[in-house]
Ligand binder design. Structure first.
Ligand SMILES: [Zn+2]
Length: 490
């Protein structure tokens, strides 16, 4: 748990508590101001060592979010202004604790611990639907602008909510230095009314978005079970979202009679949850236990989902321990179980590609990936494989097409930078590096790289570089203006 670590690296954070974007006379924070505030927060989160852009998990969670956004749009609960201005980005953390939170500007934070705990896609969707509703209902902006509250304290609590659970003494120190030691006792606490509203609005998004509303009840059951145990610090979500009997009763009452039973989990979700548990870096001992599980007596008689999850975890854990042979053996056994479910089979193929990549065999990784897929995990893995195989030129067109639609994809820019570098195109490489920084909201670092690009362009005589140079000029000015805006808000 070190979301907080970034605070130490970034002392500007502590002062950010007292440097709010200019507010009017208690009116709502504008959508743009809230987005900029969010950008300042996520810039620190992106730098956190616990931050992980795992394309497979990110694709899955983003798919759920997009479905919910579609439902909110169609149902009129997402205003066009918010829809356009907010980021709708999800930041994953390797953190093993169970937590999810909404940040200003349409950024959602999700811990792998929460994903690993869910049994169904619907349960995960219920958490995202709730958090999304906090955002669409402008709860954050209302909290920030609420005149009855101590604004800087609240904002600090929000920025650093996760920090309260941090075991990182250095981060705690940073807070005390900032003079806001009180923040440590507070999470971002929405009011009960806001919680109820987020539950109800979130619930209303489920069916239209294609999820079983029972997911809410399933998730509440899990939270309730944890509630009965002593809170050992691994359930921050329960602290920010106290599970009242009222909340449970309210949701249960909404399920139509006869539909109370949960949907069976898909194999796809079972594998995703297993992936989250392994990537939450639980340590070598846990990895070894996962590797050993398929060898246990009686394993063959376990139900298919259980075996599939165990084999997926074993393959991934072997991969983490750099045991390619073990990973391949588990992945082969897994393939046999996934025949009937295309979405799970796809995860099996991506796993195979990952294993071959880790083994350094770019061609074998490419063989595991379908050609021409425009989905993000396939695109990113394919480019990595092409780089390994020494043929990055074959992947740049697809990646550039992707980036036109998703200019905020830092990992895609970073891969493109490596590809241009390998292809002897230093100017394009520098620009892609700059864009990767900009995508992580680090405009200062982006400006730095754009300037390096300008220098490079001045020395270049290639005609193609001329176009690239003018793009760099435009982007450099954009970064300067973003930095000026940020400075004005201090
Ligand atoms: Zn909430």
């Amino acid at each position: 748990m070190t979301w907080g670590a970034c605070l130490v690296a970034c002392p500007a954070w502590v002062t950010a508590q007292t440097s709010l974007p200019t507010l009017g006379d208690g009116s709502e924070l504008t959508a743009s101001a809230e987005r900029r505030l969010g950008e300042r927060i996520v810039r620190a989160l992106y730098r956190d060592p616990e931050h992980i852009d795992d394309p497979v998990l990110a694709d899955y969670v983003q798919g759920i979010l997009q479905a919910l956004l579609g439902a909110a749009r169609a149902g009129g609960t997402l205003s066009p202004e918010i829809d356009e201005r907010f980021a709708w980005d999800i930041l994953l953390s390797r953190d093993r604790t169970v937590n999810a939170f909404a940040l200003p500007g349409g950024y959602l934070g999700v811990h792998l611990g929460l994903i690993g705990l869910t049994s169904t896609r619907d349960e995960l969707a219920s958490v995202l639907a709730h958090e999304l509703s906090h955002v669409t209902q402008r709860h954050i902006s209302r909290l920030i602008t609420d005149q009855d509250r101590q604004t800087p304290l609240l904002l600090g609590a929000m920025l650093l909510g996760a920090l309260a659970a941090s075991k990182n003494p250095a981060a705690t120190q940073a807070l005390v230095v900032g003079g806001q030691a009180l923040v440590l006792q507070n999470q971002l606490n929405f009011s009960r009314t806001m919680e109820r509203e987020a539950d109800r609005m979130g619930y209303g998004l489920m069916a239209p978005a294609g999820f079983a509303p029972q997911g809410f009840v399933g998730m509440f059951d899990k939270l309730q079970q944890a509630n009965r145990l002593n809170d050992n610090g691994s359930w921050p979500y329960l602290r920010s979202h106290p599970l009242t009997t009222e909340r449970i009763a309210d949701m249960q009452a909404r399920i139509p009679p006869g539909q109370a039973t949960a949907q069976p989990p898909t194999l796809e979700h079972t594998l995703i949850a297993a992936r989250a548990r392994v990537l939450a870096s639980p340590g070598v001992d846990a990895l070894r236990q996962w590797i050993a599980e398929p060898q246990a007596t009686g394993f063959a008689s376990q139900p298919v989902p259980r075996r599939a999850a165990a084999l997926y975890a074993a393959a991934l854990a072997s991969n983490q321990l750099r045991d390619a042979a073990g990973a391949r053996a588990a992945a082969r056994a897994l393939d046999d179980l996934l025949r009937d479910e295309p979405a799970a089979r796809r995860l099996g193929r991506l796993l195979n590609a990952e294993i071959e990549l880790a083994a350094g065999d770019g061609d074998a990784a490419l063989a595991a990936l379908p050609e021409g897929s425009a989905r993000r995990p396939e695109l990113l893995l394919r480019m990595q494989a092409l780089l390994h195989a020494g043929r990055p030129g074959e992947g740049t067109a697809a990646l550039q097409t992707w980036i036109v639609v998703h200019p905020g994809d830092a990992s895609a820019w970073q891969l493109l930078a490596s590809a241009w570098q390998a292809l002897g195109q230093p100017l394009r490489a520098v620009r892609a590096e700059a864009e990767a920084h900009a995508a992580r909201c680090d405009y200062g670092a982006a400006l730095d790289r754009f300037r390096a690009g300008q220098d490079l362009a001045r020395r270049s005589t290639a005609a193609a570089d001329h176009i690239e140079a003018s793009i760099i000029d435009i982007r450099l000015r954009a970064m300067e203006s973003l930095l000026r805006e940020q400075a004005a808000e201090r």
